[in-house]
Ligand binder design. Structure first.
Ligand SMILES: [Zn+2]
Length: 637
């Protein structure tokens, strides 16, 4: 049995929860549910970050004490996680004594070992961010985040000797390629580290900031909020020496948004190294949710009423949308139309209809109990020309495991939906309603119905980390009780005679006429036949198979997607006008066909080196893919 410890960042209590917080926490919840399903011993931590000047300011404005404000907003986060069905194991608050004790012990240790010194610091300070900015980071004399002028501040402070760990950290990241992932963030961190790393000011004079943890070796100062906050991952386990720490810390992974990459990827490893504690296994970094192309940020406002959509469309639909729509690591856009589109297509049509059809057939044609499979399901499937569902599920299981190892939630769900698609096609091909009319084909009918029931049972297990409520309903309809286990998800485990109940309306279809824009494109009539070309003419066009490594929206464009593709020998950027027809996450991992020798062109400021082939008719657009596996770069003719 493996051990797994996963943390979200602790959320800052100067504001209320928003979609960005919800996504991070849902991701952590889905991952820990998956690992628990797989039989691991799992611990998930979340909580709130409660010190610092911004809290003191916000509290003063609201006419409350900082502690009262922290209590109120920490409770709001906890309430949100309850409403979203998040199963965390521990919730830490940085104003708790258990946290303060560990922070003070750590500071004392670093002071005693000469890792901290008193110095003078002068710099451009943003009161919004509570941090100094380097010359390089300042945009027109303003904070790049708040777009407000910075103030020059000079003061005596304590510093952590972070600069001495620069060479070590670069070396560590280079030798541990998945320490920070996805790779784009690893590269970003290595980019930061090409500039000299400064020592980190870890104190604030009480004359300026009072709301914090007092330094154990100088009571005129409180601890800088990041140095305090990062230590929550350790303090929640009781700190070094505690049984929980010894057990879980060696297996820790963090999930975080890209806005707080630097503290997690640079300060934190250096702090751990200086304290002689093991580093985390992986830092898993996700991108931003945008709303109509704009970043959703607590500091700038523009919060989405995401939780209202959860009430409107169900918790599972909301979870599914955010996990499926965002390629983990890249930005994605949030919209009600997008959510309704996924809900209708993937959840209502593909999954909901399948569950309803299959359970109805079993109740109507087999008296509501699972019939025994009379002939080998695989042999039967082969006769009917459909793939064996047992084999398709085995592949799905492997693909999901691989995707979850890489924190690729969108790929895990795509893999499960491949199975859903295969089962739907199986129903269409085997036509159980027709078999039911021919008594001499009872054995075949039983085999088909058994396969459908078994497929639903497996879905009830595989979907549990992602759609916990619906997966439970599916398992219950199939007479399954107790906690699901991934080890039970093997074909043939379902016993004949198990009672089955009809389950319809798992995800009711939403009338999307009001939310979805009508498809505008129509096929233009062809006026003239295009001229004939020779084989030699055609030979001048270089067509190749390209694997999509990443797809992301082009800012300010409704139509364009920027694709990073692998051509076997090289990677390229190709801009494609398909954003109205494909969500970025749908293209991830797809093998498409591109014109590889097209002149480069700039589209909305992005240079495109090639063209993706797609067909369209009556407002539907489909990207060309290859129907057998070919390596990236394979020639097409
Ligand atoms: Zn700022």
């Amino acid at each position: 049995m493996a051990t797994f410890y996963l943390t979200t960042p602790i959320y800052y209590v100067n504001d209320r929860p928003h979609l960005g917080h919800a996504y991070t926490t849902i991701v952590a919840d889905a991952m820990t549910r998956y690992r628990r399903l797989a039989g691991d011993e799992v611990r998930m931590l979340t909580g709130t970050d409660e010190h610092g000047e911004k809290i003191a300011q916000a509290a003063a404005k609201a006419g409350m004490t900082p502690q009262a404000m922290a209590d109120q907003n920490s409770a709001a986060f906890r309430e949100t996680w309850r409403a979203l069905g998040i199963q965390y194991d521990d919730y830490i608050r940085t104003t708790e004594d258990r946290h303060k004790t560990v922070v003070r012990a750590m500071l004392q240790k670093l002071w005693d070992t000469g890792e901290i010194y008193l110095g003078t610091y002068g710099g451009h300070y943003c009161f919004g961010c509570e941090r100094f900015y380097t010359e390089k980071e300042i945009v027109d004399g303003k904070c790049p985040d708040h777009l407000r002028p910075l103030e020059w501040i000079e003061e005596q402070n304590y510093f952590f000797k972070m600069s001495k760990y620069q060479a070590w950290l670069v070396d560590y990241i280079e030798h541990h390629p998945d320490f920070i992932r996805p790779e784009r963030y690893r590269n970003e961190v290595l980019g930061f580290l090409r500039d000299p790393l400064q020592d980190l000011s870890i104190s604030r004079p009480k004359t300026r900031v009072e709301w914090g943890i007092e330094l154990p070796f100088d009571d005129k100062y409180v601890t800088y909020v990041w140095f305090d906050a990062l230590l929550n991952y350790v303090s929640a386990l009781g700190g070094p020496g505690d049984e929980r720490f010894e057990k879980f810390w060696p297996h820790v992974q963090h999930v975080t948004g890209k806005d707080i990459l630097k503290p997690h990827a640079i300060y934190w490893p250096c702090m751990l190294k200086a304290a002689e504690l093991p580093l985390y296994q992986h830092l898993n970094v996700h991108g931003y949710w945008t709303l109509g192309g704009h970043k959703i940020s607590k500091s700038i406002g523009n919060l989405v009423e995401a939780l209202a959509l959860k009430e409107k469309y169900s918790n599972d639909a909301f979870r599914y949308f955010v996990l499926r729509e965002m390629s983990f690591g890249l930005d994605a856009d949030f919209s009600e139309e997008g959510l309704v589109g996924r809900l209708n297509a993937d959840l209502a049509n593909d999954l909901g209809n399948l569950v309803s059809r299959a359970t109805t057939l079993i109740v109507n044609c087999a008296g509501g109990t699972v019939p025994p499979p009379h002939e080998s399901a695989a042999v039967f499937a082969a006769l009917r020309g459909v793939p064996s569902l047992a084999q398709v599920f085995e592949k799905t299981r492997t693909d999901v495991a691989r995707a979850m190892d890489a924190f690729a939630f969108h790929r895990a769900l795509a893999a499960i939906w491949e199975f859903v698609g295969a089962v739907n096609r199986y129903v269409d091909s085997t036509q159980p309603w027709a078999l039911a009319k021919e008594p001499e084909r009872r054995a075949q009918l039983d085999t088909v119905l058994y396969s459908l029931a078994e497929s639903l049972r497996l879905l009830g297990v595989a979907l549990a980390p992602f759609l916990p409520d619906s997966a439970l309903k599916i398992r219950q309809a199939l007479g399954q009780t107790g906690d699901p286990k991934l080890s039970d998800a093997t074909w043939g485990g379902l016993k004949a005679g198990t009672p089955v109940q009809k389950l319809s309306g798992l995800f009711p279809r939403i009338d999307d006429k009001k939310t979805a824009p009508a498809a505008a494109a129509t096929t233009k009539p062809v006026g003239e036949d295009p001229p004939r070309i020779t084989v030699a003419d055609f030979g001048t066009i270089e067509l190749r198979v390209a694997e999509v490594l990443a797809a992301e929206p082009v800012p300010k464009s409704k139509k364009l997607l920027k694709l990073t593709v692998d051509l076997g020998t090289e990677q390229r950027t190709v801009v494609a006008g398909i954003a109205e027809h494909y969500a970025p996450a749908d293209l991830d991992g797809k093998k498409v066909v591109i014109v590889a020798n097209l002149e480069p062109a700039k589209l909305m400021g992005v240079e495109s080196n090639g063209m993706v082939l797609a067909g369209s008719a009556d407002g539907t657009l489909a990207v060309l893919t290859v129907d057998r596996d070919l390596p990236p770069g394979a020639k097409v003719r």
